[in-house]
Design a protein around this ligand. Sequence first.
Ligand SMILES: [Zn+2]
Length: 341
Amino acid sequence: MIAELRSITDIWKRMPSEMHARRFLERIIWSTGRHCPHCGSFASSALRGRTCRPGLYQCRDFRLQFTVTTLTPMQGTKLDFRIWICAMFLVFTSSKGISSVVMARLLGVNQKTAWKMGHAIREMMDDRNGELMPLEDIVEVDEAYVGGAPKSLSGAYNPSGKGTGKPMIFVAASRDGQARARVVPNDQRATLELVLLEWIDPATTNLMTDGSKSYRSLGKTMADHQYVIHSQKEYANPETGAHVNTAEAVISQVQRALVGVYHNLGRKHLQRYLDEIVWRWNHREPVREVVKQWRTKAGIERDKSTTIWRPIPVVDQMHVLLQSAVGKQVRRSKEYGLCWP
Ligand SMILES: [Zn+2]
């Protein structure tokens, strides 16, 4: 079993033919044993013969045929599986995301193909099956309005923040390294509460927010609530430990990806890009702690510790990604876009 893939060349070296890549994917997707994605049966046999594609199986219960990609966003692909593995490698390892133009150039496919692969991978990254680690203890939440200036105004006046018609994103991050992000229609308490309750358990959560009104009333339903008032230039409260720097760090990842990589991002696809950015955030591990010493203006020595994080191994990420892939189909629409059945 391949334990880690270190580079694109490594992928092609370890998988000299497409069959190797298919076996690699099969071992991941069917890590508990080959089973039929239609009915779940573990009794199946390989279909052999000249007319059969390699990797085609048939379940014994309902005689349904399937391959490793059936009912996943990769279903019906004509691409070499090694290209798919490389595409996943690029998405996992590009710290701010990778545009379809760059991916197309690196993999030798056309841009539309790369764009579709990117979206298929992001589709597998969403957490609809609830596999992410829970948000616990201290959870920071914050919101942001994202996106650039409208096309007609590009390079000109680009207002930011509330009331500009830009999509609003709502972010929650626990201080132990897990995060969530969602595109939401507005910042009213009812809207935010519905989303937040999907992510956390109010009975055990210590919520950290800024001082906005929605959060103050929302905080009353939590085990504990602390806030900092940004409009009074309060960004951290050393006594209560209140700050929302973790949530703001997630938001800045989003802003950087949107400015630097995914320009002209449609509102339609925004959630999927958020899923990708949050995926990378959630699949890291702490490597070490760096302690910096500094002196305040009053001359007091203080320590500031920062945790250095690195992404978990690519093959481990593929395990998580592909094990929740079944049931997340993406189809090609007639207009060469995407549609979700
Ligand atoms: Zn079946």
